[in-house]
Write a protein that binds this ligand. Structure first.
Ligand code: SF4
Length: 158
């Protein structure tokens, strides 16, 4: 996109009252929120709901929401499952590889409060003791619509 087009977008956004703290970069990020889904040793219940949310039934790609396979391409990290000792190091490494600004969604009871694994010997969560969580999605498992709602909440911060 050339300089002139950037100026047009900038002016349009400012005058539409939609200008947010992310400025022009935020504007484009909101149009292409890419996410990385990490299962941190859960039961797969949440995984299935996340995959359902990204399926053609909900068609979130029309809003620019895409699942990516690399942390270097992702704006949003979606974590489900309780964080165990082994996954803690992996999560930190993945988070460090994501470009700034980056956002974290804790999806389900497990990353929020350890859920049904609360007294497991190797669970070191909750997630917000390891990573800065932006949006919490309670449930066991939460519905796909709850993930879409959480992504919209993250977009409002971009
Ligand atoms: S929140 Fe419930 S469904 Fe999701 S990983 Fe934990 S136990 Fe499984």
């Amino acid at each position: 996109m050339n300089e002139e087009m950037l100026k047009i977008y900038e002016t349009k956004e400012k005058h539409s009252g939609k200008w947010k703290k992310g400025g022009l970069h935020g504007f484009f990020r909101r149009k292409s929120a890419w996410l990385l889904h990490i299962g941190a040793s859960g039961c797969n219940g949440c995984s299935i709901e996340i995959v359902a949310a990204l399926s053609p039934k909900y068609d979130v790609e029309r809003f620019g929401i895409l699942a990516k396979g690399s942390p270097r391409h992702a704006d949003i990290l979606v974590v489900e499952g309780p964080v165990n000792a082994k996954m803690k190091e992996r999560l930190l490494a993945i988070y460090q590889q994501m470009p700034n600004p980056k956002y974290v969604i804790a999806y389900g009871a497990c990353p929020i409060s350890k859920g049904v694994f609360y007294d497991s010997y190797n669970v070191v969560g909750p997630l917000d003791k390891i990573l800065p969580v932006d949006v919490y999605v309670p449930g066991c498992p939460p519905r796909p619509e709850a993930l879409i709602n959480a992504i919209v909440k993250v977009m409002e911060r971009m």
